[in-house]
Design a protein around this ligand. Structure first.
Ligand code: ATP
Ligand code: TYD
Length: 239
């Protein structure tokens, strides 16, 4: 069996480091313990976070693959490391919101906690210098950030993820409030990349509406790791 080894550090983002491997079609994602919010304005390290997120992401990606959403995930190769397909990432973030909170409330003055029916879909441009501004399909087409087909496909996959994960989390007593997905191209095919973890989504306890995601860090609520572990335990990724 092929052994995959890290070669060159390609990119070190806010929470993950990406390495090339001895196979040019594959990368290693290293989930670090770093947590950042507010465009890197607030950062902290939490012991075990990388490991929890790596496992959590693997669990979710495998499930998504099974329901017809092609993902970059290949396999877990270490406590904080996963082998993934080397995608040409699109500079776009796809956000779906089932319940109003966060930037939506700040932007539109709507009530925090309001159910959104139908759910809201938003595109953001992945650009730290510009603070990830919200964009629409016209911006994407005119500036060539993705093709029309890719835009359609991203919407289809992102809503399919919503249908599937809303139920998965509900069965674990959790509300999937909102989340962000990123996609990339792999040999002409649109593939889900990056991660799905409590760093990039919001999950609330269904009874108490307690926040069990990165908002604990954003708002200085404490208990971040305990919250991530609780979510992982409830969906069965932590023994
Ligand atoms: P953000 O927090 O906005 O996602 P970031 O770049 O700081 O930004 P990290 O998660 O720390 O995020 O870094 C991971 C980087 O690796 C991201 O830029 C992501 O787009 C990229 N990436 C993730 N999966 C793949 C993949 N399969 N192929 C190529 N690049 C990938
Ligand atoms: P949003 O409410 O727009 O952001 P904020 O954190 O500023 O209130 O975020 C919606 C969801 O998408 C939330 O679960 C976090 C996730 N997200 C990211 O993880 N990264 C991003 O760059 C964006 C725009 C959203």
């Amino acid at each position: 069996m092929m052994e995959y080894t890290k070669q060159i550090k390609l990119y070190s983002g806010k929470a993950k480091t990406v390495y090339t491997t001895n196979d040019s079609k594959l990368l290693i994602l290293h989930f670090r313990d770093d947590t950042s919010a507010f465009d890197g304005g607030k950062t902290e390290q939490f012991s075990k976070k990388g490991e929890i997120n790596n496992k959590f992401n693997a669990f979710i990606m495998e499930k998504l693959d099974q329901v017809g959403i092609p993902t970059h995930f290949e396999k877990l190769i270490g406590p904080q490391e996963s082998l993934v397909k080397n995608l040409e990432m699109l500079p776009i973030e796809c956000v779906v919101r089932n319940i109003a909170t966060g930037s939506l409330c700040r932007r539109l003055g709507v009530q925090d906690g309001e159910d959104l029916e139908p759910p809201i879909f938003e595109f953001f441009l992945k650009n730290d210098t510009l603070h990830d501004p919200m964009i629409n399909e016209y911006h994407i087409e005119t500036f060539g950030w993705a093709t029309k087909n890719q835009v359609e496909q991203m919407k289809i996959y992102t809503f399919r993820v919503n249908d599937f994960l809303k139920k998965l989390f509900l069965d674990a007593g959790l509300l999937l409030v909102d989340y962000k997905l990123e996609f990339g191209d792999y040999q002409g095919q649109l593939i889900l990349g990056d991660e799905f973890t409590p760093d990039g989504c919001r999950l609330w306890d269904i009874e108490t509406r307690k926040k069990l995601d990165k908002d604990r860090f954003r708002h200085g609520l404490g208990g971040l790791i305990e919250a991530y572990e609780e979510v992982a335990r409830r969906i069965g990724t932590l023994l």
